[in-house]
Design a protein around this ligand. Structure first.
Ligand SMILES: [Zn+2]
Length: 198
């Protein structure tokens, strides 16, 4: 499930799109659809390069390789669903998980955002109060929500999702000590942000 939040991707991540469209690894032309075995082989090769880059400490370049490999497996699943579905599903998952792990090393949320994730710090009664407030969350713009007079904003950087709130609890303490206020919890519950798989 995807959410419309501002994407603060880094320049190299934006370049990935061009890489995917025109890069030599893809080897695709509009008039010549790729055979699934070719895509699978190319994805495997990209993953190997990604692993080599990861070992060399080049997390962002490695993330690009694994992301491209996962995208190729997705392309096979989409265009040739009957071609080795078990292998395709397991490699897609493997590349996706590796890309997400590398993304955590390669990318950072902007200053002042707390990371939204299932392991988010549960401080005091904030998660419980957030659950109570969940049905009072109103959409206030793209990636923006209004919760009982305060504004929660989301930001997405590669595979990372972040949130900030303008309430005193978050501005004075949460942003500094890295925990979510009740309003961020309310948005997380109401938009099911903790159930995201990507
Ligand atoms: Zn708040």
């Amino acid at each position: 499930m995807r959410f419309a939040v501002p994407r603060l991707r880094l320049a190299s991540a934006a370049a990935l799109g061009l890489f995917l469209l025109f890069g030599p690894d893809r080897g695709l032309r509009a008039d010549a659809p790729a055979a699934p075995e070719d895509l699978n082989r190319q994805a495997f090769q990209l993953a190997r390069e990604g692993e080599r880059l990861a070992r060399a400490g080049e997390e962002m370049a490695a993330w690009e390789k694994y992301s491209a490999a996962a995208e190729m497996m997705e392309q096979i699943a989409r265009e040739d669903p009957a071609w080795n579905p078990v292998l395709v599903a397991s490699r897609r998952e493997e590349y996706r998980i590796r890309a997400a792990a590398l993304g955590e090393l390669a990318f950072r949320l902007p200053e002042g955002y707390v990371r939204v994730q299932p392991a988010m710090t549960r401080l005091g009664t904030r998660p419980a109060l957030g659950r109570v407030l969940a049905d009072q969350v109103r959409i206030a713009g793209e990636g923006k929500f209004s919760v009982v007079g305060y504004t929660v904003e989301l930001a997405e950087v590669a595979s990372l999702l972040g949130a900030r709130c303008n309430c005193p609890d978050f501005v004075v303490r949460g942003a500094v000590e890295d925990y979510a206020c009740r309003h961020i919890w309310a948005v997380a519950y109401s938009r099911r942000l903790l159930e995201r798989t990507d």
